[in-house]
Design a protein around this ligand. Structure first.
Ligand code: SF4
Length: 284
């Protein structure tokens, strides 16, 4: 897709999502340390989950050093309600240990005074910052740079929307989006996509029928065409199979078969008819 049409598409997506979802006002800038921990808690889940986890750490522990020396199972309990708790607890504690070994402190705020490139170079020495999502979170939330954290779910939505190619590395995709979306819209854009991912563009089965983007999304358009075709085919299908099933049932009843056998024949017929009819998608 040409760069200009992609920019236009992104703008339309932004405007439609902005109409659909109301974003809560954001808190001010985070410290670098908090942004790292928030990024670890946020990847693949909601902002709300990540904020709650961070608040629980602040309430339940005396300081970050106590978190650093706590057993993993305790940290996992603090991360209750968040997927992949074990992995996150490990990443969190590993980061705090590495930070303490390097600096004998629990702050990285001197990075806020450095040029962005230099700050990023320092951050990349930490294992947790090898995640592009966590790195982009820190740039966006603490260092005041223009960065769009893209996790697996947001990436999947972008692929379905035809904005991202499945072959492209997430870092390259992020760079392209950062060029196409102005900084003053960056945070809103990514938060709106997160809303979409947790509302209709679900990982397992998207609910395109009630999605604000269904008229421009290639996946949504294709699915709705397939559903229409399936409905048409179901309507056109000769009533032979269903009729035969009913006839069989009546003959069996007439022939003195048990009622349960007759029901079983009807169920089978309904099953065959059902296969041609599109399934109703379960609600979120
Ligand atoms: S139309 Fe469907 S696939 Fe496309 S963004 Fe919406 S929910 Fe996702």
């Amino acid at each position: 897709m040409a760069a200009s049409s992609k920019t236009q598409l992104l703008e339309t997506i932004y405007n439609l999502l902005k109409k659909r979802y109301k974003l809560e006002p954001r808190a001010g800038r985070m410290s670098v340390l908090e942004a790292v921990l928030y990024g670890i808690c946020h990847e693949g889940t909601t902002r709300e989950n990540a904020n709650q986890a961070l608040s629980r750490f602040k309430d339940a522990y005396y300081d970050w050093n106590e978190v650093r020396v706590s057993p993993l199972h305790e940290l996992q309990e603090t991360l209750v309600g968040i997927p992949r708790r074990h992995e996150r607890a490990e990443a969190l504690r590993r980061f705090l240990r590495q930070l303490f070994e390097k600096t004998y402190s629990f702050t990285l705020d001197e990075l806020m005074k450095k040029p962005l490139k230099e700050a990023v170079k320092v951050l990349q020495e930490y294992e947790a910052l090898r995640s592009d999502f966590v790195l982009a979170t820190v740039i966006q939330k603490a260092l005041g740079g223009h960065a769009l954290p893209i996790d697996g779910r947001v990436r999947l939505a972008l692929e379905r929307l035809g904005v991202a190619d499945s072959e492209v590395e997430t870092t390259a995709l992020r760079a392209a989006l950062e060029r196409a979306i102005p900084k003053n819209r960056g945070e809103d854009f990514i938060d709106l996509l997160e809303e979409l991912c947790h509302d209709t563009c679900l990982e397992t089965l998207p609910e395109c029928g009630r999605c604000e983007l269904r008229k421009l999304c290639p996946t949504g358009i294709k699915r709705s065409e397939e559903e229409r075709e399936a409905l048409k085919a179901a309507r056109k299908a000769p009533p032979k199979a269903a009729g035969a099933g009913r006839a069989k049932g009546s003959t069996e009843k007439a022939g003195g078969k048990k009622p349960s056998e007759g029901h079983s024949a009807s169920r089978k017929t309904a099953g065959r008819g059902g296969a041609a009819t599109p399934k109703r998608r379960g609600s979120h």
